[in-house]
Write a protein that binds this ligand. Structure first.
Ligand code: XMP
Length: 317
């Protein structure tokens, strides 16, 4: 019978034997999978695990700082890398969703390659790949798969010559969470909604600018904070906000405004393959909408997305 406790014990032993005194590099995302995978490797080899957490400028408000702190609290050998400007530059002028994903994937590889080179004699690349990622032959998800999908781009970065270690590649998501609990990882990380690798870039329709990112971060923080405050966060599988490339007319006092529209998106789902829009209480939506319009400069209209998947996808890009 599979138990999280025995999985942890066996995996840590196995990793210890396999890795010996070798050094391992891993990119962490703040998500469940990479965090649990890193914690297992860390238990096996300690500070020979070098973790890298990249600030791509497309994370949620304050997320980089908060997650970095919790990684440090967990005792991980973690380096935070501020690469915001690198990502923004690579995204400048790009509006097409797949082109955004490509630019982000490439920037991520650039930064990771640069950082991996700073670690002397690193032999392994650790990844938080889970079983569904393995069976999904064409995956577009997460830094790990981003790396894989770039295998055939030609001119492999040096870190691709590393051997791969993937301690979670036999597990499903719920098993990963229970392993995470056994390892004592913070519920705040384990209970997190999924968040796409390209982050807020695919929730800003059209071209990305640092100003738009910061507007969206504020709006998103009010929406997600509201879900937590109203105790609705756990009832929803994923939630986020889209910043639309649309201006609409409003009034503020005696003034006419002409500002952005945001669309709130919250869904219920099992695996993200199909999803229903979450039937959130009107009172909650009213409070969040008022908060957003009163507090976030540049937004004068809030709409709620009531489309299910299929045919609509969860993200808008
Ligand atoms: P869709 O929009 O296809 O999203 O219904 C299904 C799930 O996948 C996430 N998603 C992504 N995750 N890189 C990722 O790591 C991506 O490019 C990407 N696109 C969508 C989305 O957030 C949802 O959880």
């Amino acid at each position: 019978d599979w138990t999280a406790e025995s999985f942890v014990e066996q995996t840590v032993n196995h990793l210890r034997q396999k890795l010996g005194n070798d050094r391992v590099v891993m990119a962490l995302s703040g998500g469940v999978d990479s965090t649990v995978a890193a914690t297992l490797v860390h238990q096996a080899i300690g500070s020979n695990l070098y973790c890298i957490f990249v600030d791509n400028g497309l994370l949620r408000k304050d997320e980089f700082e908060e997650v970095l702190l919790s990684y440090q609290d967990m005792g991980l050998n973690i380096k935070g890398v501020d690469s915001k400007s690198h990502f923004y530059k690579s995204l400048a002028g790009i509006s097409e969703p797949e082109a955004k994903r490509k630019a982000i994937g490439k920037s991520f590889i650039d930064i990771f390659d640069q950082e991996a080179h700073l670690i002397e004699e690193v032999k392994w690349l650790g990844q938080g790949t889970i079983y569904p990622d393995v069976i999904e032959s064409v995956s577009i998800k997460g830094p790990s798969a981003t790396i894989k999908s770039h295998h055939n781009v030609g001119g492999l970065p040096d870190f691709m010559k590393l051997k791969i270690v993937e301690p979670l590649n036999t597990l499903f998501k719920d098993e990963v969470r229970s392993v995470g609990r056994t390892l004592g990882i913070d519920e705040k990380i384990l209970g997190r909604h999924p968040f796409p690798g390209p982050g807020l870039a695919i929730r800003i329709l059209g071209e990305i600018t640092p100003e738009k990112v910061s507007i969206l971060q504020e709006v998103d923080a009010i929406f997600i904070g509201g879900l937590r405050k109203w105790n609705l966060y756990k009832d929803v599988w994923q939630a986020g906000v889209m910043l639309l490339p649309v201006q609409s007319v409003g009034v503020m006092g005696d003034e006419r405004t002409y500002e952005s529209v945001v669309a709130l998106r919250a869904v219920t789902s099992v695996d993200g393959m199909t999803a229903d829009w979450a039937h959130l209480p009107y009172e909650f939506l009213a409070e969040v909408s008022n908060d957003i319009i009163n507090k976030v400069k540049g937004v004068n209209r809030v709409v709620y997305d009531i489309s299910s998947k299929p045919p609509a996808t969860i993200e808008w890009e």
